[in-house]
Design a protein around this ligand. Structure first.
Ligand code: SF4
Ligand code: SF4
Length: 284
């Protein structure tokens, strides 16, 4: 089973839930893989002692212009969706950091002045945590515009023998999240009981509904003071699967880079209970 843990915005506790879920299921004896697809800011590794065993480059093909052949017709610049080529009567420039490596410019060039050369945009790292959890993360190079290729390459390493694969998704609802959600069995949405949390939760619910993936919500830092999130979930018939209270011990564990279910061991059972609910719902 592949479970994506995501949130409409950063800072809601998505990585906290993903890492503690993976750890708790491992403690229960399940064969687990944890993949951090938040390639712009991967931080699941902070909560584990990871022994990395392999690293591979993620490359895209970027255009290389043969200036002796180019006629400055401008067709490549017109075709580029990302404004990564600029053509003037005497010059042509490729802005590498805007290029997504889609290959359209070389296809439309009428005089074959464009060839393609590989450029590294990031890395995929694989290893195992001290506890024995199979671990992987995508890391996008600074300045690169899109982590989608990095996520795609990371997901090629999904362990088919793992009983549960937990994907710590990027925040938001854009292309990297959609790439993470491809082929997953269940989406766990993490939110917080605030107006901002509710606003971004609604965007995430819409994105997941469009992809037709079963989902449930974990309400983090719950203190009972803002009930509009619960009201919204009830109205939309979206299951509220777990509440994690506002708790200084949990916050302290997080800021020390520790899994709070290690410190508060009752959460191992609670996260396993969350998984039982996920299993039951994904079979419906
Ligand atoms: S490969 Fe795609 S994104 Fe890059 S310059 Fe060509 S058309 Fe633009
Ligand atoms: S399409 Fe080809 S010939 Fe035209 S400007 Fe681009 S590289 Fe030059």
């Amino acid at each position: 089973m592949k479970i994506a843990v995501l949130s409409g915005k950063g800072g809601t506790g998505k990585t906290t839930v993903a890492t503690n879920l993976a750890y708790s299921l491992h403690r229960d004896g399940k064969k687990i893989q944890l993949l951090d697809t938040d390639a712009e800011e991967p931080n699941s590794h902070i909560f584990f002692d990871v022994n990395y065993t392999s690293e591979e480059s993620v490359n895209i093909l970027i255009p290389k212009i043969n200036r002796n052949v180019c006629t400055h017709c401008g067709k490549c610049a017109q075709a580029c969706e990302f404004s990564a080529i600029s053509v003037s009567p005497k010059h042509i420039m490729v802005f590498e950091y805007l290029c997504h490596g889609c290959g359209v410019c070389s296809m439309v060039c009428p005089v074959n002045a464009i060839s393609e050369e590989p450029k590294e945009i990031g890395k995929v790292r694989l290893g195992r945590t001290k506890e024995g959890i199979s671990f992987g993360e995508g890391v996008l190079n600074v300045g690169e515009p899109s982590p989608v290729r990095v996520i795609r390459q990371l997901k090629k390493h999904i362990d088919q023998n793992a009983e549960v694969v937990v994907l710590d998704s990027p925040p938001g609802t854009s292309c990297p999240v959609v790439e993470t959600l491809q082929d997953v069995d269940f989406a766990v949405l993490v939110t917080e009981p605030t107006p901002f949390g509710l606003h971004d939760l609604k965007l995430s619910v819409k994105a997941i509904s469009d992809l037709n993936i079963p989902m449930g919500v974990v309400l983090n830092r719950y203190d009972g003071s803002y009930v509009k999130v619960e009201k919204y979930l009830k109205e939309e018939n979206i299951p509220l699967m777990m509440k994690i209270p506002y708790d200084v011990d949990i916050a302290r564990s997080y800021s020390n880079g520790k899994l709070f279910s290690e410190v508060k061991s009752e959460y191992v059972a609670k996260f396993n209970h969350l998984f039982q609910k996920i299993e039951a719902m994904s079979k419906c």
